[in-house]
Each structure stands twice: as C-alpha cells, then as structure tokens.
Design a protein around this ligand. Structure first.
Ligand code: ZN
Length: 711
C-alpha cells in the first residue's frame, strides 16, 4: 500500500518500482574478486566470422571454462552474430529457456536475485513469526509479517482499518470540508490530489525542504488519461472502479457514477500534470514558494493545516515542482462538487489499503495491476507479506538479511570498486578533447566529493509504531503514517547525507545528485553481478558496470546540473555546456530510433540520463577492469573467449530479460530506463572497445559508422 511520494530524482539502476508492486529484496553477498587473466589472449568463435586473436601479450594464456570465469555458456546463442545483436548473442540461450513467471511482468537477472533474496527473507520472517524472539527488531518483524499472513484475521477485520478515513470522507459536504479531508488523508501518507515529500532544497543542499508534487492518479501516468494509445487501459480502469465501488456496497448505478466521477477528476489532474519528460528538468521543477505566496496561489486549500497535520509544523517556504498544478488543484477543490471529490478520495483510500483488506478487495486491486502490467497471476501471499514487511520497516528487515548473507569483506570490495571506477573517470575527464581546463577542474572537484554508501547503513533507523497480530490494515497504515511523519518532520532541518534511500536487501543501486552520493546495497552484490570466485572481467562487466553507471549519473544531463555539494548550480563554462548538450542530443536521437514494440519507440529524452549512465558506466568499468588486469602474471581464456570478451559477456548477461507487452508499453511511458535489450545494444554499439573485442566490421549494427559518446 505504500505509494511513496518523495520527489526524488535519485537515479536508480534497475528500474523505477511500479506503483503497484514493490521494490525487490535481494540475496547473498560475497568477498573479493578472484584474479583472472588480462586484456589479451586467443580469440573466440564470435559467430560473426572474424575471430582474430587480440594481440598476444607476455605469458601464454591459461584455459578455463566460462563457468570458472563466472559466466554462463548455456545463456549464449552462438548462432547469433555478436556484431549484429549482442543482446541475442549474450542472452539468446537464456531467452529460449526462460518464460516470464505468471506472477511477474518482467523476468530477468534482477528477478532471479529477487527470488533468491525473497526466499532468504521468507526464512527470516517465518522464524521471527513462529519462534519466540528476544530481539525487539525480530519481534516486530515477526508480528507485522504474521498479521499479514493471518488471512482469517484479515477477513474478520473487514474494512475496520480504514473506517477512520471513510468517516472523514463521509463528513465532507463543501469545499472547506473536502480540503480538510484531503489533509487527513495526506497525514496518513496517502497522495490525495497531490504528493508530498522531503529532500534537500536544490539550491541549499544542506537543508531539507518540503516538496509538493503532482500525484494522486490511479493510472501510471498522465498519458493514460489523455492519449488514444491507452483507451483500452482507461476502459479497464473504469470497469475496475465500478467493481471496487460495488464491493464497498454501492448499487450498479451508483458505482458507475462514482467511477465516472473518479475518472473525470483524475483527468482534470492529468491535464495539469507535466509529462514524464518535462518532469526530468530540475530547473523547471524547482519553485521555492513562501507560505504566504502559496496561500495566494492556491487559496482553496489550508496549507498551514496541511503542514501541521503531516508533521512539518509551520514552514516559511515550501518547494513546488509546478505552481500551475497547485493553482489548478486549488480551483478543483473549490469548483468540483463535493460528491465528486468524495468518490475520488474513497478510491484513493481503498486502492492504497486494498492489499491489506479482505480477499475480494485485494483481488480487485490485482485485477487492475494485471491489466496495466500484463502479469497473469498474483504473487503468493507469503511473497506479498515479505514485500509488505520490507516496505513497512526496510531497515529492520535489512539487519537479519545482512547478517545472514553479506560477509564483511564485501563492503570493502564495493568501496574499492567505487574507488577504481572513480579513478578511471578522473583520467577520462583529463583526456576529453572537448572540455576546457576550467570545467575539468570543476568536474574533478565533483568526482572527488562523491560519497560511497556500500552494503548497508552505518546506523539503522528505528520504527516506533504499534503492531498488533490481528490488525493488518491498521498496522500498515501506522507504518505508512510513521515513515511519512518521520520524513515530513525533517523539513527545514539539516540534511543527513548518510541516509539511505533504498533497503539493504534490494537488487538495485542509485546516485543521489542532491547528496552527491551513490549507494550499492548488499542486495546487488551477488551473481550474476558479482561473485567472490568469478573472474575480474566478469565482475567488472557486472557489478563494475553498475558502479560505473551510478557514478556517471553525477554527470548525466540531470546530475551535471548539480555541483560537488549537491546544489543546483552551474559549474560549466558556457561553450563546454553547449558541447555537452550536443553530445546528449546525439544519444537521445539515436535511442529514439530503437523500436521496442511495433511502431513504439524508446523516448530518447525520457531515457537520456539513464542512457548516458549506461554508456559511461560500461566504458569506465571496462577501463577499470583493464587497469586492474594490467601486468597480471596469468592471462585467461574461457572456452575461447578473451578477457575483453568475457567483460562484455558479463555486461550483456547481466541484462538478460523479457517483459510482457503491457509492461513494455507502461515502461516506455514512465520508466526513465531503456528496455534491457537496448541498454546492452545502445551502450555497446557506441563503444569502440566492444567492436575491437569482437572484431566487428564497421557498418555492422554493433559498430556503426557514427557513434555517440558523452563520457
Ligand atoms: Zn540509473
């Protein structure tokens, strides 16, 4: 039920978690990497006909198998030409063998690790639930998970958990009481009409600000309301709402009217919501607004009551992403009939709480997810309860996870890895022929100040809310409210740069421009990204690519607008900035030609930051791997693949993945990441070292004549 509304532009590696499912957990860790041969050796049957040895260096190569190198021979498709479609070459075997599980919209390496981690977390929580615990952390985890698993109690509770909110909605009779009801829902952390969150002010990164953003739609994006492409999804949403209102006891006619009302109001909100592309521009989405001015801009809503209710107290200034949105929202509060608002607010509450409510509500909620993502079957209850427990108390669940599967030396490995990538990035900056000395100095300053968060937080958060064994909905609401208030209370206070934005068990990583820091959680430090016994080439192609991706985010089209202290402040000489933008345009134009579904293309502007990070990430990880292997006394060849080739197989095989069609459509609309296939294709075809490693002739798809490069 946790629809978090923080307005963060932290750039995460895998993919934005879909509003309907959860970020994933993650599994066992590992230690330092094993030494494996360096950038030279004999060649490989590349399938593309050109298998010439890369310059044989000093020592004779040592032959090993791909498995010994940490790569998967069975995932390859050797009938494919690596110079035509390297994704197919690296992953074709995997694609042929793997179907998308019925309860997933996407299946790939992240999902495989999720499953492993979920099993680990399941063991931890079952143990916490069933055996007597002395540790208060384990007690609380067990109680929360247990209440979720107790389906009989959930049925018995019925709608009692959301009754306080239903009662508040029932009382609304005019614009003023509608506004008061929205305040009540916001105080539970529910995005009704808009979203709120706390993160550093863009211009003063030492201080937290309260941010208000457009939010509160039942469909994934404004486009779903406004574009013909999504007509079938709108119809399905309407049908879903009718059924949901019937479950709440309304008759056919009243349920239909309510569904009409919800969609009508959400369509008005969608019209004033910015597109996903426009929402990426930090300058356009930064409007510090004095409390008095906000009251004038949006007089239909009591903003002081709102900040008081969410726990921010009275604030002199609030940051709006889009003032026009709030002017329109205020007008809607005043102008729309209270009954329309009441139906909309009822929908927001029921959708948020549905996964915690009796089965018929939970299943109806899933019916919508099914349409929006193509997923066929709901996840098993235990999986949903593991996810929900993690959403409620991520830094409690992180503790036993890390203790179980994350050896201490993995932290050091991750730190060293970041250091190695940062070092080659520094050299890369020095080597740029298009950048002036002044801008290079500023870039170095920023790079040197990036803080690395590895494995798990140094200090774990506590969760001080009540959990009872038989009141799952109330527990979930208490968790949501507690975290929302914890965050909101930080507005106007100093920003803590060491705070983590992701659970330790998640299979993901991020860079946060406001903090100028990057996190590599314990959850992603495992195969096929990392393994203590894998070759250097495979590890740098995997986890090295991830670390490189995150650090490059500090210098993508968004990140590059923030300075070394995390302030939205220009550090570029004007002519360098022009060249940087032109390089970005090359990337955006190229990715816009990638066709993900018939007639449906990647949005080059929406995905620009991620694509720049993918390209820079793999390039810098390759340079770091080469530096690490320089002068090695043993050189390896794995089933005929050189170490350079092993690096690229590691990078490619990290992305083996398939999506359902509805999910591709959804992601093309809302996900700032390109589809996995194009993350491999795009990043490697623009990298000359790839073409060299596989001897791809110029003019082949993986070695086009005109390439783009930024970093
Ligand atoms: Zn990213």
């Amino acid at each position: 039920m946790n629809r978090f509304t923080r307005i963060t532009i932290a750039a995460a590696f895998a993919a934005a978690a879909c509003g309907h499912s959860k970020p994933a957990p993650s599994g066992e860790g590992s230690g330092t990497a094993v030494e494996t041969g360096s950038g030279s050796a004999s060649a490989v049957d590349t399938g593309s006909g050109s298998a010439t040895p890369v310059e044989p260096a000093g020592p004779p190569p040592t032959n090993i198998t791909l498995a010994e190198a940490g790569l998967e021979a069975e995932s390859l498709d050797k009938t494919a030409d690596p110079c035509t479609d390297f994704f197919q070459y690296a992953c074709g075997g995997w694609l042929a063998k793997n179907d998308i599980p019925a309860d997933r919209a996407r299946w790939g390496r992240f999902g495989e690790i999720d499953d492993r981690n979920e099993a680990t977390l399941h063991d931890i929580l079952e143990d916490a639930r069933k055996t007597k615990q002395t540790d208060p952390v384990m007690q609380k985890l067990g109680a929360y998970y247990g209440a979720c698993m107790d389906e009989k109690a959930v049925e018995k509770q019925g709608l009692s958990g959301i009754k306080p909110m239903q009662d508040a909605i029932a009382k609304a009779k005019d614009a003023k009481s509608v506004a008061a009801t929205i305040v009540t829902l916001q105080s539970y952390g529910i995005s009704a009409g808009f979203g709120h969150g706390v993160q550093p002010d863009f211009k003063d990164s030492t201080t937290n600000a309260l941010w208000l953003d457009s939010d509160g739609l039942g469909l994934p994006d404004r486009d779903y309301y406004l574009k013909d492409d999504f007509k079938d999804k709108r119809t399905a949403y309407h049908d879903h709402l009718v059924r949901m209102f019937k479950l709440l006891g309304r008759n056919d006619a009243k349920a239909k009217t309510a569904a009409d009302n919800v969609i009508a109001l959400e369509t008005e909100l969608a019209k004033v919501t910015r597109s996903a592309v426009d929402r990426r521009d930090p300058v356009a989405n930064y409007h510090p607004t004095a409390a008095d001015d906000l009251a004038k801009l949006a007089p239909g809503f009591d903003w002081a009551a709102f900040t008081g209710a969410i726990g921010s107290g009275s604030l002199k200034s609030i940051n709006l992403t889009n003032p026009d949105y709030f002017a329109a929202f205020s007008k809607l509060v005043t102008d729309q009939k209270p009954d329309v608002w009441k139906d909309y607010l009822t929908a927001r509450v029921v959708e948020a709480a549905a996964p915690t409510l009796p089965k018929k509500f939970d299943q109806e909620h899933f019916a919508l997810e099914k349409v929006l993502t193509g997923v066929e079957q709901q996840k098993d209850r235990w999986k949903r309860c593991v996810d929900a427990t993690g959403m409620a108390m991520p830094e409690y669940l992180g503790q036993p996870f890390v203790a179980k599967v994350f050896p201490g030396d993995s932290k050091k490995y991750a730190n060293d890895l970041y250091g190695a990538i940062a070092e080659v990035m520094g050299k890369d900056i020095d080597s740029l022929d298009w950048m002036s000395a002044q801008t290079k100095t500023a870039a170095h300053k920023k790079l040197a100040k990036i803080a690395f968060l590895t494995g798990y937080p140094d200090k774990w958060k506590t969760y001080d809310f009540d959990v009872k064994p038989t009141t799952y909905t109330a527990n979930a609401l208490a968790a949501l409210k507690f975290e929302d208030h914890r965050q909101s209370a930080k507005a106007g206070k100093p920003y803590d740069r060491s705070e983590w934005l992701m659970p330790a068990y998640i299979v993901n990583a991020y860079y946060n421009p406001s903090a100028n820091n990057s996190a590599l959680p314990a959850g992603i430090l495992q195969p096929p990204f990392f393994g203590a016994d894998r070759s250097v080439a495979a590890n740098f192609g995997g986890i090295g690519m991830v670390a490189g991706h995150e650090l490059t985010h500090g210098f993508d089209d968004q990140g590059a607008q923030f300075d070394e202290e995390g302030r939205l402040s220009n550090w570029w000489q004007p002519s360098d900035l022009e060249k940087f933008k032109a390089k970005g345009k090359c990337v955006a134009d190229q990715y816009s030609t990638f066709e993900a579904l018939p007639g449906k293309f990647v949005q080059g502007q929406l995905t620009l930051g991620e694509n720049i990070a993918d390209m820079g990430g793999v390039k810098n990880a390759f340079a770091a791997y080469r530096a690490k292997r320089k002068g090695a006394d043993k050189v390896y060849v794995a089933d005929g693949f050189t170490e350079d080739q092993m690096f690229f197989l590691g990078a490619g095989q990290a992305w083996c993945s398939k999506d359902r069609e509805a999910e591709i459509q959804r992601r093309l609309t809302v996900d700032p990441h390109s589809p996995p296939k194009f993350r491999v294709y795009g990043a490697l075809r623009n990298l000359p070292e790839f073409a060299k490693a596989f001897n791809c002739p110029e003019g082949t798809p993986m070695h086009p004549k005109n390439v783009c490069s930024v970093w």
